[in-house]
Design a protein around this ligand. Structure first.
Ligand code: DC
Length: 224
């Protein structure tokens, strides 16, 4: 079977990464979480105290960024300049910073270049905000996942709870609304559904239902 390029876009907590990971396992594809790359950029700017308004400093930082995604059955590891940052980049300060740094043109240019390189041989599922519109406009399959904000906040709340963290549901919801707005209203590569993407509302779907839905479409071999 042809090794497809599969793009999954959508807002935060819409079910993209859970679905993409499970689908990659089923298809024996590589899963690439493009959001983790923006998160790593945010973390590096914090390490180096780079002012996000200083294009020269940012550009120098990007010249030195080394991002490696280590594939593993238990979940990919994100290695930033030889340091495993997989857990650190999931913390709240980096979540916000990643959305802020992702509006900057030179950051996006660099990340898109790396993402295209990673996906050039196919057999890859990449999730993010601009994968079907900008990174791989010729992707074999494009999906756009959405879910209502309350459901998404609840998912994040439950995820945190399972790790022993007690968060405020209201605060999570407000943060998601802020991030949706920031990601959708930026000038460069905003979060938006590609014209030929298949929309999926996951609000009332279980994870196996989501995965099967995409899997069936891919097995049929047609993006429609
Ligand atoms: O998917 P995520 O929540 O880990 O992404 C973190 C931030 O990175 C998100 O708020 C917007 C940005 N991002 C982006 O601009 N383009 C992508 N392809 C992926 C993520």
């Amino acid at each position: 079977m042809k090794k497809y390029v599969i793009a999954i876009d959508g807002p935060a907590a819409s079910g993209k990464s859970t679905t993409a990971k499970a689908l990659a396992k089923k298809l024996k594809y590589v899963y690439i979480d493009s959001g983790a790359m923006y998160r790593a950029c945010g973390l590096m700017s914090l390490w180096e105290a780079v002012d996000l308004n200083d294009v020269k400093a940012l550009s120098k930082m990007l010249d030195r960024i080394k991002l490696v995604i280590k594939y593993s059955e238990k979940g990919n590891k994100i290695i930033l300049n030889d340091k495993d940052v997989s857990e650190r980049i999931r913390e709240a300060d980096i979540t916000r910073l990643s959305s802020q740094i992702a509006v900057i043109g030179i950051v996006r240019t660099k990340m898109v270049e790396l993402q295209r390189e990673m996906g050039k041989h196919g057999g890859v599922i990449m999730d993010g905000r601009d994968i079907g519109t900008v990174v791989f406009p010729e992707a074999d399959f494009k999906f756009f996942m959405i879910a209502d904000v309350h459901t998404r906040a609840l998912r994040r709340w439950e995820e945190a709870k399972s790790k022993g963290e007690e968060l405020s549901l209201k605060a999570i919801e407000q943060e998601l609304i802020w991030r949706d707005k920031n990601d959708s209203e930026r000038e460069i590569s905003p979060l938006k559904q590609a014209a030929n993407a298949i929309p999926i509302d996951t609000s009332n779907l279980t994870i196996p239902q989501q995965v099967d839905y995409l899997h069936d479409i891919i097995l049929r071999g047609k993006n429609a």
